[in-house]
Write a protein that binds this ligand. Structure first.
Ligand code: PGA
Length: 249
C-alpha cells in the first residue's frame, strides 16, 4: 500500500490562545487537501483548546513521560494526552535529547508508553554538525534508531522523523541526495529490526528548515514520506503551502 504523505507542525514553546485562529485555518486547508495527513503539536496548554477549535483534527504533544502517572513534577503522561483528545506525540526531539539529557533508552520508554496509551508516535533522530562533517551521520542515526525503537509496535502508528540537528531552525538543509541516502538507510534498518513488511508501511519524515520553497523537492525525495516542520508551521500562510506540496505528489 502506498504510504500517504504526512505533514506535521511542531509549534515548540510558541503559541498563546490568540494563535488558535492559525490552527483553525491550517486544519480547514488540510481538509481541502485530503490526500495528505496533517497534524499539529502545540504546547501542552493549547492541546485541549486546539481540539475544541478544530474538532476531529489530529492534535498531539511534543513529549510525554515514560510513566503513566506518579511523582514527576512538571511532566505530562501519555494517558493524559490521550485523555484530552490528543492522537499523537513527538518523542526524542533533539531539543529534548540535548536540552534535557534524554538517552535512546529514555526515548524508547517514552515511545512505548505513548503506544500503550493509544497514541501514534513520531520518533526523532538526527546527527549534530560535527558528526555530519566527519562522515559518520548514517552510523550515528542508525544507532539512534536501534536504541530508541520500541520492542514491538504497529507500524501504522509509529513514524520516524530524520532531523539533522544542524538543519533545525538554521535555514540550512542537506542535499536531496543526502536526505534520500539517510532515509533509505533508516528504512533498511527498520526492515532489519522490525521486518520488511513493517518497514514498507512506516513513514519516515524529514525535518529541519522545511519551508514553502523547498517542501516539494524534499517531500519528493526517495523514502521521504512527510515533513516535521517547526518555524514554518506557526502560521497558515507559511504552513498551508507545505501541505499543498505534499498533496500534489
Ligand atoms: P524548523 O524545526 O522547521 O524550525 O527547522 C523543525 C523541528 O525542530 O522539528
Amino acid at each position: 500500500m502506498a504510504r500517504r504523505k504526512y505533514v506535521v507542525g511542531n509549534w515548540k514553546m510558541n503559541g498563546l490562545a490568540a494563535a488558535l485562529g492559525e490552527a483553525e485555518a491550517i486544519f480547514a486547508a488540510a481538509r481541502e487537501h485530503g490526500t495528505v495527513d496533517v497534524a499539529l503539536c502545540p504546547p501542552f496548554t493549547l492541546i485541549g483548546p486546539m481540539i475544541a477549535a478544530a474538532p476531529g483534527a489530529a492534535v498531539g504533544g511534543q513529549d510525554c513521560h515514560s510513566a503513566a502517572s506518579g511523582a514527576f513534577t512538571g511532566s505530562v503522561a501519555a494517558p493524559m494526552l490521550r485523555d484530552i483528545g490528543a492522537v499523537l506525540v513527538i518523542v526524542g526531539h533533539s531539543e529534548r535529547r540535548d536540552g534535557c539529557g534524554e538517552s535512546d533508552a529514555d526515548v524508547k520508554a517514552k515511545a512505548e508508553a505513548a503506544l500503550s496509551a493509544g497514541l501514534s508516535v513520531i520518533l526523532c533522530v538526527g546527527e549534530p554538525r560535527d558528526v555530519r562533517e566527519s562522515g559518520r551521520a548514517i552510523d550515528h542515526v542508525l544507532a539512534q534508531v536501534a536504541g530508541s525503537l520500541p520492542a514491538t509496535f504497529d507500524p501504522s502508528r509509529l513514524a520516524i522523523a530524520y532531523e539533522p540537528i544542524w538543519a533545525i531552525g538554521t535555514g540550512l538543509v542537506p542535499t536531496i541526495a543526502d536526505v534520500a541516502a539517510m532515509h533509505g538507510a533508516i528504512r533498511a534498518k527498520l526492515a532489519e529490526q522490525a521486518g520488511a513488511a513493517a518497514a514498507q508501511d512506516m513513514r519516515i519524515l524529514y525535518g529541519g528548515s522545511v519551508n514553502a520553497e523547498n517542501a516539494a523537492e524534499l517531500l519528493d525525495a526517495g523514502d521521504v514520506d512527510g515533513a516535521l516542520v517547526g518555524g514554518a508551521s506557526l502560521t497558515a500562510a507559511k504552513f498551508v503551502p507545505i501541505i499543498a506540496a505534499g498533496a500534489s505528489l
